[in-house]
Design a protein around this ligand. Structure first.
Ligand code: HEC
Ligand code: HEC
Length: 381
């Protein structure tokens, strides 16, 4: 910068002493100004540098995140990959480990992973066979043709319904609550569907009827744990029993209920014991169970079998087979008396599917229906 303006001019009216008086502050001003300017430009450069730094760092982070997630860490979350393994030993020997109920670091039921099974597979803390560390909640594993079907029943039938000795025909059964192990009413979802099927489709519902079905649906909504009827129930509460809306909301409920007819009841069926309550354990077997759990594994095979006999005091000699129960005539189960709605009784007593499964279980060949066969075999050109 030029300092010419500050040099004294000969024509200046200002006395010669003036410049020396003003010069020092001006010079100081220049110096401070220059310092301020250079500080400002330093600050600007630093700011620009910092900004460049931040932008570069952010770009690097974004790019690294992309690279890292694409190339370097293809790790799936442990909840997905750390499923309990089902190895040969578990499948062939240990029933308590079957279906992966062995604890892992990230416990999770594998069936839940594939079949969205979790929310409604309700634990049964009163079933003596499965709570003492002897059998798994899904106990069947030996025979791969039947185990899925048999384990399916474990969600709504106590083991004794199929495995305990009784001469009653049809079986004398009672529903018991999973919450307290005491005798209870049939599942509310089942009673609600039965109520709707029996009511048919009248044009109006009396006030008492309206209250009854709403209360049944509310109980079903909590008992099944799915809570997918909350909206319908709210609508039903808001309209009158003689309105067309009430009928259409009941239809909506009737369409949801059949989805909850497979074991998600909050109650289960068991044989009726001598005192009228559910029979949930082998009687007079406590000492044998204790001994078996303590030393069963170490005993010679013959002694182990004898001790198992003392554990299972009420074991039936014969296992019940599918069509003993799934049959329209002479069934071991009086489905209607137990509260099953008509549509469910019809589905459960159709013997065709059961006969096909029984054939497969016996190792007999299973033929697909003719219309699936290749053209020349079915006789068509
Ligand atoms: C629907 C009837 C039914 C119910 C309910 C049932 N079982 Fe079974 N169970 C069978 C039949 C049938 C067999 C024979 C399977 C075979 O031979 O393929 C069997 C076999 C078994 C076996 C022999 C091993 C195996 O893997 O096949 C055990 C142990 C067993 N059941 C335990 C239980 C326990 C514990 C429960 C209750 C949690 C239970 N069962 C509930 C019908 C049932
Ligand atoms: C002791 C009687 C009994 C025996 C034995 C029995 N079941 Fe069942 N089964 C039932 C009952 C009761 C139900 C209804 C369970 C429920 O309400 O969730 C049922 C339900 C079923 C269902 C579900 C059907 C549906 O529409 O939801 C199938 C499939 C089935 N059983 C197949 C079999 C096969 C296969 C066998 C033989 C390996 C068998 N059952 C043996 C009593 C029996």
């Amino acid at each position: 910068m030029s300092t010419g303006s500050a040099s004294p001019s000969p024509a200046s009216p200002v006395p010669p002493a003036a410049p020396p008086q003003t010069a020092p502050p001006r010079r100081r001003g220049n110096w401070v100004g220059a310092l301020r300017r250079s500080l400002w430009s330093l600050f600007q450069s630093a700011y620009a540098l910092a900004l460049i730094g931040v932008i570069l760092w952010l770009s690097f982070l974004a790019f690294w995140y992309l690279l890292d997630s694409l190339l370097f860490s293809p790790l799936s979350p442990p909840q997905v990959v750390d499923l309990p393994a089902l190895r040969e030993t578990e499948l062939s020997r240990s029933s308590s480990a079957f279906a992966g109920f062995r604890a892992t670091e990230n416990p999770r039921i594998p069936l839940a992973h594939y079949h969205r099974f979790g929310p409604w597979f309700q634990a049964d803390a009163f079933n003596d066979c499965t709570r003492g560390g002897c059998h798994g909640p899904l106990p069947h594993h030996r025979n791969k043709e039947s185990r899925a079907f048999l384990n399916l029943h474990a969600t709504s039938l106590h083991c004794g319904v199929c495995h305990m000795e009784t001469d009653r025909k049809p079986l004398d059964l009672v529903w018991y609550n999973l919450a307290d192990g005491k005798a209870g009413a049939p599942p509310a979802a089942m009673r609600a569907l039965d109520w709707l099927e029996k009511a048919g489709s009248p044009s109006t519902y009396a006030d008492a009827q309206r209250k009854e079905i709403i209360s049944l649906l509310e109980t079903a909504n909590t008992q099944t744990q799915a809570r997918d009827m909350s909206a319908v129930i709210q609508h039903l509460r808001a309209v009158r029993g003689d309105s067309p809306d009430f009928r259409s909301f009941l239809e909506a409920a009737a369409a949801i209920l059949p989805h909850h007819m497979r074991g998600e009841y909050g109650v289960k069926l068991a044989l009726r014991g001598v005192l009228g309550g559910p029979l949930l354990a082998h009687q007079r077997s406590e000492r044998a169970i204790e001994r078996y759990l303590a030393e069963g594994a170490k005993l010679p095979e013959a002694d182990r079998k004898a001790l198992l006999g003392q554990v299972h005091t009420q074991r039936a000699a014969e296992k019940r087979s599918c069509s003993d129960c799934h049959n329209a005539s002479n069934s071991l189960i009086d489905f209607a008396k137990l509260g099953y709605p008509r549509s469910r009784v019809e589905a459960l007593t159709q013997p065709l599917l059961m006969q096909a499964i029984e054939k497969i279980m016996k190792g007999e060949p299973f033929y697909l229906p003719g219309f699936v066969a290749p053209a020349q075999e079915s006789g068509h050109p």
